[in-house]
Design a protein around this ligand. Structure first.
Ligand code: GLU
Length: 552
């Protein structure tokens, strides 16, 4: 009996031939140098920021080379699958400025000529190629039970040799075809393994586009290619998919680097041209002087949802990730403050080879710069979109008077040094609450911040006088001159120099008087331009606030 009989027994259903698929998925017609890359997540529901980071590298490389960026769903481990995860992935990527040219477009829909793009729908393709390997004697059924595998492992551990299913330990590797057929006919359970052609003494080399030249011992393990549920392992599926989809560059997390010898071997055994590989360093976090992986359990910032909830604009996260991808992004940004980030060219060979450090403080800084450059209308749109989901009270307040809000978001924006107020939208409330009586009136006397040099009683007495002399309808210069005049009348110096010369002659400086006015209107010491705040509030509210302050 032949291997052909065995192959037909294992794969009973009618299958196409490998040639059929090779013809069905021809070389892509793209310009020289165009990269075909993919984002290939498992739909487990949890989106790690590392996924966005890897996807961004892929997306930039594809689109800056006029290539193809596609979405392939790797759902061969169906126990881990979560409903809705595919749509969630697509929406997330879209939100982070990444659009797929090809691949899954929903839970069941896709676009492109190289599909299906969901591994669970590609079973026949995997079987076709696996069947061919069985026919050629390059794959075989293995009937080991979990207990037998355990025994083998224990023996290897006791003898202190490499664990696994290989060489003499691969008990079914050389089982005569007739016996394999008999076992299958008897209904014995099995999986399919690769008959590894690797030799321990040989090495396999590869030029990783990020890590540089890497070299490993050849793979000798007879790895599983088709599991007992008929689905392929990641190793096998990825080789078939990337070959048939004509991926030029497999850019993926460095946790896969150690599997590279297996993957290169699979490409060779299947007769496929090897793609380029690039293994992206894991995102790390610095903690107590040492580095560790960003952990799903310990670090809220590992989840993509965190950035949305906190209110980091997606573009801030993108800019920050570009900083991690290529440290030269920072200089480029400084030289091109207004350029679109798409104009920056991502280069794999300029990536750091070891762990990329993720620093939320730096992200916050980057984000402040990003928001600071946004027009007030844009800030308004972003903020209301965020507040609608995460701060309904602010959403209701802010949308009551859109025109006023845009003025608020415009304070200190013009001019050479625009104010960098917010890094994320959940910081806005505290920075603008005083424009709304509904929030301001909740404050208590102890919430009032005053300049260090003033106590509440002094501040109240300043406001009593100021309320009498204050003119609302003046320009900024006159307003300040009038404030100074009052300061002098009340015994405050008009500037620091004068005060420093003879401090005993003064109660303080004009800045204390301005500080009292600021405190009365906002209860805070650090606010944007006071005159503008007053103009936006309007005379009525300003006077009301003075009265409230005096009777605190
Ligand atoms: N499904 C694999 C993962 O989520 C993809 C690795 C790859 O990009 O090839 O880790």
């Amino acid at each position: 009996m032949s291997r052909e009989t065995l192959a037909n027994l294992i794969f009973k259903n009618e299958l196409k031939t490998p040639e059929y698929y090779l013809e069905k998925y021809p070389e892509r017609n793209l310009k020289e140098g165009a990269r075909v890359v993919r984002y290939a997540p498992s739909p487990t529901g949890f989106q790690h920021i590392g996924g966005v980071y890897a996807a961004l590298i892929n997306e930039r490389l594809a689109h800056q080379s006029e290539g193809i960026f596609y979405l392939r769903i790797e759902d061969t481990d169906q126990k881990r699958e979560v409903e809705g995860a595919i749509e969630d992935t697509i929406a997330t990527m879209h939100n982070f400025g990444m659009n797929f040219d090809e691949g899954m477009t929903g839970e069941e829909t896709s676009k492109g000529e190289y599909g299906p793009y969901r591994q669970s729908q590609r079973k026949e393709i995997y079987h076709t190629f696996a069947k061919e390997l069985v026919k050629k004697g390059l794959a075989y059924p293995c009937f080991c039970t979990p207990e037998e595998l355990n025994e083998i492992r224990e023996k290897q551990m006791a003898e202190k040799i490499t664990p696994g299913y290989y060489g003499e330990y691969a008990v079914y590797r050389n089982l005569p075809v007739e016996e394999a057929i008999k076992k299958i006919e008897n209904g014995e359970e099995y999986i399919l393994r690769l008959k590894s052609p690797g030799k321990e003494e040989n090495r396999v080399e590869c030029h990783d586009l990020i890590k540089g030249d890497v070299s490993f011992p050849e793979n000798v393990q007879d790895i599983v290619i088709i599991k007992s549920d008929g689905l392929p392992t990641y190793h096998f599926a990825h080789a078939i998919d990337d070959a048939l989809m004509h991926t030029t560059d497999v850019i993926r997390g460095e946790e896969w680097l150690s599997s590279l010898p297996i993957h290169l071997q699979l490409f060779d055994v299947l007769g496929f041209k090897r793609p380029n590989y690039a293994h992206v360093p894991t995102i790390m976090k610095s903690e107590n002087g040492s580095k560790r992986k960003l952990s799903k359990r310990k670090d809220p910032e590992s989840a993509v949802s965190y950035y949305r909830e906190e209110g980091y604009p997606a573009v801030s996260v993108i800019e920050y990730l570009l900083n991690i991808i290529n440290s030269s992004f920072e200089d480029w940004r400084a030289e091109n403050p207004d350029a679109d980030y798409h104009e920056f060219t991502v280069a794999l060979d300029k990536m750091s080879k070891s762990g990329a450090l993720f620093d939320i403080v730096k992200l916050h800084d980057v984000s402040k710069n990003v928001i600071c450059k946004m027009k007030p209308e844009v800030v308004y749109d972003y903020y209301t979109t965020w507040a609608k989901d995460f701060d309904k009270e602010m959403f209701d307040l802010v949308t009551k008077d859109e025109a006023m809000m845009k003025e608020v978001f415009n304070i200190d924006k013009e001019g050479p040094k625009p104010r960098k107020d917010f890094g994320k939208w959940n910081e806005v409330r505290e920075k603008i609450f005083y424009f709304f009586d509904e929030l301001f009136d909740l404050e208590k006397a102890e919430d009032v911040e005053l300049p260090k040099t003033l106590n509440l009683e002094d501040a109240k007495s300043i406001i009593e006088s100021y309320a009498k002399s204050y003119n609302f309808n003046t320009d900024q210069e006159t307003w300040f001159e009038e404030l100074k005049t009052l300061a002098v009348e009340l015994g405050y110096a008009t500037n620091r120099k004068e005060y420093k010369k003879n401090p005993e002659n003064f109660k303080g400086m004009v800045s204390d008087v301005a500080g009292a006015v600021r405190a009365a209107l906002t209860h805070r010491t650090n606010t944007p331009d006071l005159y503008t705040i007053m103009q936006i509030m309007g005379e009525e509210k300003v006077r009301e606030r003075f009265n409230k302050f005096i009777s605190l």
